[in-house]
Design a protein. Sequence first.
Length: 137
Amino acid sequence: MSFWAKLKNTLVMFMQGRHGADQLGMFTLIAGLVLSLLASFTGIGLLSLLGLALYVWTLFRMFSRNHEARMKENQKYVALTSGAATKVRQFIKRQKNRKEYKYFRCPKCKVLLRLKRGCGEKEITCVRCGHQFKQKA
Ligand SMILES: [Zn+2]
């Protein structure tokens, strides 16, 4: 067995039963990197300390054997950030298609809808709540 195969085998054995990387882990790793870079540019020692604390927390979570607690933390993080990620994705898509479609919200439930530009006034039925209203495009 080569040196690299032995090293890989040892690492696999070490990581068995441990939590590993997840979305929260990637976020804390990147946030720690950003804080460390900011600290090196600005010379503020506190940022460096915060970055180091995030690295330590990331490693603690990756090597933790308490899957249940780490999964709960990650689920909270995903629940907090998924709404924001969806809004950013929708905004980018709207900006890309703004010349082709007119975007508007349902007056009743506020869901985002769209109409092809230049089709005139249409009777709209909301896909979520079924509310009917007229909309120009
Ligand atoms: Zn609606």
